[in-house]
Design a protein around this ligand. Sequence first.
Ligand code: GAR
Length: 201
Amino acid sequence: MEDRHIAIFASGNGTNAENLIRYFGSRELGWKVSVVVCNRADAGVLDRARRLGVPSVVMPKASFADRDALAKVMDTYAVDAVVLAGFLLMIPLWLIARYPRSIINIHPSLLPKYGGRGMYGRHVHEAVVAAGERESGITVHLVNETVDGGAILFQAATALTAEDTPADVEAKIHQLEQRYFPQVVAATLAPSLVAMPASPQ
Ligand code: GAR
């Protein structure tokens, strides 16, 4: 059977996008990453996609908000599921309706803590350190119409020390993301082939 197609939406460096592309590219799971959609022409994720031979489309905020333009990209690459890997624009409601339970996001905190508007990337880790938290983690969840509010698929926590800076927290979170995110996406899209990882204790 032909592979089904994942679109990755990303805005930044793209370490998670690269990890996902490599994971699905090296396994027979019936899913492949067919396109990377990025809202910033200077984002590192575009170089990564190019190196890995995955097409990319740059859609700045205005064209991403243009329903016809985005629908055309989804049609052109026959997209069946969307994975948000550090994507900072709001997902339009029509797209959420078009891909029920098939838009997956990763958030770099233990939701519902440190979620919502303005909570992304380093801002999250700064807030976690400012609050003196002794743990943080990652949440992989389905996307619905509330920011960071969809059903949680997986969480993993990591211990923090009083000395950890936001950059230290980011590095710990990055490790969790690299270790778990592709498997959680695979377990969600191909549950008969891949098991959801157990959350670390
Ligand atoms: C990741 O830490 C991801 O969890 C976070 O952005 C980073 C992207 O890194 N996402 C959010 O903050 C979403 N609210 P990457 O570009 O290297 O994959």
